[in-house]
Write a protein that binds this ligand. Structure first.
Ligand code: SF4
Length: 218
């Protein structure tokens, strides 16, 4: 991206942050994933319990690795997404994450009006975002920004869900074709079961969005 394009992109991200702030959500944009990681880590306090939602973005900025390595001392990390974790244990950690001190998540889409749109298979992520931990931090690449809620839902069905089904090896129609077959998708492994739109910051939450001027996640 040349200088002019970078400046225009920065101004655009600034406007999205203003829309989020208008909706009661703390928001800032950063130029790259390293800065996003630094900001995310700065939100964790000594003694915190930390929950996460499944997110390629959190992996890509290095937050998951930092939490798993134990880079931050004095915290307890509820790692519900370890490979090979028995289903009962994974579910138990997802339940614990709902009452963690702080919850980190990606998001499927952010509208230009500052709304967060998410679709879940289990619902643990949307539950945590809406009425879970007292502090919530959402990290999103600029590729997640869409015009409005219909565009967000379309993004989920045409990009996020098919790619996530492929990544997770889910036996759903979109995994094979890349196209949603809503009526034909009664698969137990379907990931489009629960969706939420956060129109404004939920009452009890302290919510921060870190927008990154990079393409991250699906
Ligand atoms: S409803 Fe099923 S086929 Fe459609 S995007 Fe979701 S998981 Fe894929």
């Amino acid at each position: 991206m040349n200088g002019d394009k970078k400046e225009a992109h920065g101004e655009f991200l600034g406007r999205i942050c203003q829309a989020l702030q208008f909706n009661g959500i703390k928001a800032l944009w950063v130029p790259d994933r390293a800065s996003a990681l630094e900001k995310a880590l700065s939100l964790i306090k000594n003694g915190d319990t930390v929950g996460i939602g499944g997110s390629v973005t959190l992996e890509e900025i290095g937050l998951l690795a930092a939490l798993r390595r134990g880079d931050i001392k004095g915290i307890k990390f509820y790692d519900a997404y370890q490979k090979g974790l028995p289903r009962d244990e994974a579910l138990s950690l997802r339940h614990k994450s709902l009452s963690a001190s702080i919850f980190f998540s990606g998001t499927n889409a952010i509208t230009e009006a500052g709304e967060l749109v998410n679709m879940d298979g289990f619902g643990n992520r949307v539950a945590a975002l809406v009425f879970g931990p007292g502090r919530v931090c959402v990290v999103a690449g600029s590729n997640k920004i869409v015009r409005d809620i219909p565009s967000a839902l379309s993004r989920i069905k045409t990009i996020a869900a098919p790619l996530n089904c492929r990544r997770l090896g889910r036996m759903t129609p979109c995994r094979e074709t890349g196209v949603c077959d809503e009526k034909g998708c009664a698969a137990p492994e379907r990931i489009c079961n629960v969706y939420s739109v956060i129109r404004r910051k939920p009452g009890g939450a302290d919510m921060t969005v870190i927008l990154v001027a990079e393409k991250l996640g699906y």
